[in-house]
Write a protein that binds this ligand. Structure first.
Ligand code: ADP
Ligand code: ZN
Length: 760
């Protein structure tokens, strides 16, 4: 017997291995095995079994060493989905499977969760030797019926910390137990009651529930302003799937996966909800995998990779904030969870609900063209009006003030009013650090990273208490002593001291340009010394734990002014906030990416939506160009107007959604080698495009220097392929890569990004 084993390496094909006698009963498609590869062992996934070696000389075939994933197996549905991911996104079968597997290709034998149980005769065994806390823990477990749980869960059930659990194990009062056999839970339909739908919600629900009941593959685009009650529709769609004895999957951006969100699902369904987020340990992922696969967990909510949740009998797939960039993975396989989810649903014949207040242009275009079904929720569910939005023209503001601050008079007044009323203010600035870059006005030198071709961000060393008293010249340019600053690369994380003089021209008039969250903090502290400030950005609230802790503090009213980056912009419910200020709405408009306008519009709309979830709120955008399309439409809450205008622009430029793209990047530490490889590939692509059948118009742009010209010490050249549909783009690329004229130097790296979202 032979097995085809896919390895997590860029290899075109799975390798053939012999299956030793002793492993025959355990080796099956979807099982992880360790195999010899070159001089080392590798872990791979069995994709097929066969009786012959498929033409490979038998004496050259090596044997599988071991099965490394007892009780773990990727089912046939997901194996097939991995094949799609591999084909479509130009990843190897093993690279695709490693993502689909959720736990990666690792030896997971030792990663099995350690299941513990309280021994039945704990009272007899412990005779008087327990501390009150230890005794209480045992009593709780006894009351709970001696549950068998992974260590962490058991600790929670016992209301005890890890040290008590360890002590009880040492005392022999807890024992290691086999994992309980999981049986599919009978559908518990004891749901908390639904909300009474509004008329608009009802008509959306009619369409979605019919498709769930049938079941039938359809894609619904649910376009509803923030607070319009989209989540209620998700909950009722999930309930319908559960009623029918099926399971449900709801994807959210990682950042929206807060305890509040989870609680909302849990409260409704009163049953175990599986929560998949990136910070679960491998052990936790395995355990969740086991519970999902067995049918014990019937509702899964999670971020991008949860699209591969092994839910049997999936009945509906929901994707909230469908426009969110975090659904696209930015390493191989570069898949988009929305698009993979739609393929998965199509194969299963079940409906998909895509929800957003600001749909992606791609989805909107599909809805306009009848490929998706558009469902609209045009008003807020609880009858609260959308906030009123004003813009403050910073250009005028700068002229009137000799020493301008980051905040206009209007914004200051509005904040002061909120402080007086005891309401919260949210300030958004999409840039952390102190300012954007260090600049020499005389010779135009900009401080850049040694490894990456990106400007270093200026961070202040001394954090609080200092006032930005020395601002001059421009609102966003400051002259200060470089000794106060440190320069950091936001790409590779490297840091260095700021020079005191320009390394090019020796001038000592270096200035820092732009403003980041640190500078906002300083100016706020100076303007409102009484206010309690809270900064939320990668530096203060990076990582899930810190972020959630910060969140708790905001919810309990421990901050008057909350300010930060992206982190505060998205899908969070902030009841106490009645004022939202955007410090510089124009940031992001001039990034060299055709999606810059779309992203800016989405971000501004999302930020504005944070205001007044309870009572009528107010929003102020500060901008140097208040009449810009993205800002004008965001101000008017006119998403459909923005999309209509932006679609016209895209059509004219021949950009998605009117074309499909692939971005090919060639990188090498040697600039010439990278360029030479890119030039040869572009030439070959140009030559081959007329041979693609059926004929299609294919555009090959490049090679050009990628907007991030150098990353991690490698020079990057970019080729952009475009055609009206995906098929010819993939075909010409495949033809070129398989062509005898094409070779890739060993040191040069080739990456292919199909349907790229980020063109840097
Ligand atoms: P979205 O997901 O579109 O941002 P939510 O589903 O969070 O909106 O709804 C916003 C608020 O409106 C929530 O507090 C929710 O409980 C409430 N809500 C939603 N639908 C209804 C309804 N039919 N009747 C009353 N309140 C509703
Ligand atoms: Zn760097």
């Amino acid at each position: 017997m032979f097995a085809q084993v896919a390895l997590n390496l860029p290899l075109a094909q799975p390798y053939t291995y012999a299956v030793p006698e002793g492993l025959r009963s355990r080796v099956a498609p979807g099982v992880l095995v360790s195999v010899p590869f070159g001089k080392r062992a590798q872990i791979g996934c069995v994709v097929a079994l066969s009786d012959d070696a498929g033409g490979v000389a038998e004496e050259r075939i090596r044997s599988i060493e071991d099965v490394v994933s007892p009780e773990y197996r990727i089912g046939p549905e997901l194996l097939a989905l991995a094949r799609f991911v591999s084909d479509y996104y130009f990843a190897s079968p093993g690279e695709a499977l490693a993502s689909v597997s959720v736990v990666g290709f690792r030896d997971v034998k030792s990663q099995r969760a350690e299941f513990l149980r309280l021994v039945d005769d704990w009272r007899e065994r412990s005779t008087g030797s327990l501390t009150p806390k230890q005794r209480a823990a045992c009593e709780r477990l006894e009351e709970a019926g001696f549950p068998v749980e992974p260590r962490q869960n058991l600790a929670k059930a016992a209301g005890a910390g890890p040290s008590i659990i360890k002590k009880l194990l040492d005392l022999g009062l807890l024992e290691v137990h086999d994992p309980p056999a999981l049986e599919e839970q009978p559908a518990s339909l004891d749901f908390a009651p639904h909300l009474m739908p509004t008329a608009e919600q009802q008509s959306a629900l009619d369409a979605v529930l019919a498709a769930v009941a049938k079941p039938e593959f359809r894609v619904f685009l649910l376009h509803g302003v923030t607070g319009s009650g989209k989540t209620e529709i998700y909950l009722q769609a999930i309930a319908e799937a559960l009623h029918l004895g099926k399971t449900a999957l709801c994807l959210l951006p990682e950042i929206s996966l807060t305890p509040q969100t989870v609680a909302r699902f849990q409260e409704r369904f009163r049953q175990e909800i599986g929560v998949f987020h990136s910070q679960l340990t491998r052990r936790q992922k395995l355990e969740l995998h086991r519970r999902i696969q067995s049918g014990a967990v019937r509702v899964v909510i999670g971020a991008r990779s949860a699209v591969f949740s092994p839910l049997p009998k999936l009945g509906v797939l929901i994707l909230d904030e469908e426009h969110d960039g975090s659904y696209k993975q930015n390493e191989t396989p570069r898949y988009h969870a929305r698009d993979v989810g739609i393929v998965r649903a199509q194969r299963l014949g079940i409906p998909v609900v895509l929800g957003s207040a600001t749909p992606s242009l791609e989805s909107w275009h599909n809805a306009m063209g009848g490929k998706y079904e558009l469902l609209r929720l045009s008003t807020r569910a609880a009858g609260i009006e959308l906030p009123s939005v004003r813009t403050v023209d910073l250009a005028a503001e700068v002229q009137d003030q000799p020493r301008p601050s980051l905040f206009s008079g209007e914004l200051i007044a509005a904040i002061a009013q909120r402080l007086e009323a005891g309401e919260q203010t949210l300030l958004f600035l999409n840039r952390r650090g102190f300012s954007n870059f260090l600049f020499c006005p005389s010779c135009k030198w900009v401080a850049k990273c040694d490894e990456d071709d990106v400007a270093l961000t200026v961070h202040r060393r001394v954090r609080r208490g200092q006032q930005a008293s020395d601002s001059q010249a421009d609102l966003f340019a400051v002259t200060t002593d470089p000794k106060d600053f440190i320069l950091r690369c936001h790409f590779c994380g490297s840091r260095r001291d700021a020079p005191t003089k320009c390394p090019e021209c020796d001038s000592d008039g270096l200035i820092t340009v732009g403003a980041g969250t640190q500078r906002v903090e300083e100016e706020l502290a100076a303007q409102f010394p009484q206010a309690r400030l809270m900064r939320l950005d990668q530096d203060t609230a990076g990582g899930r734990e810190k972020f959630l802790a910060a969140w708790e503090r905001i919810m309990s009213g421990e901050a008057d002014i909350i300010f930060g980056t992206q982190m505060i912009a998205k899908g969070l419910h902030l009841e106490g906030v009645s004022l939202v200020g955007v410090v510089l709405a124009d940031i992001g408009l001039f990034i060299p990416d055709f999606r810059a306008e779309e992203r800016t519009f989405q971000l501004l709309t999302q930020v504005a939506g944070r205001s007044g979830r309870i009572a009528k709120g107010e929003v102020i955008f500060q901008s140097y160009m208040p009449t810009h399309t993205a800002i004008r439409f965001a101000m008017a809450h006119d998403t459909e107007g923005f999309m209509a205008e932006e679609l016209m622009r895209r059509r004219k430029l021949g950009f998605p959604p009117f074309t499909r793209m692939a971005a090919v990047t060639l990188s090498d530490a040697d600039r010439d080698r990278a360029y030479e490889a890119a030039r040869r590939l572009a030439f070959l692509l140009g030559r081959l495009r007329s041979s693609v059948r059926p004929p299609a118009r294919i555009t090959v742009n490049g090679p050009t220097v990628a907007p991030l010209a150098r990353l991690a010490g490698r020079f990057r050249y970019r080729i952009l392929l475009r055609a009206e549909t995906h098929r010819p783009v993939a075909a010409v690329l495949r033809a070129a890569l398989a062509h005898p004229d094409w070779t890739l130097p060993g040191s040069t790296r080739l990456t292919i990004d199909v349907d790229p979202l980020d063109l840097l």
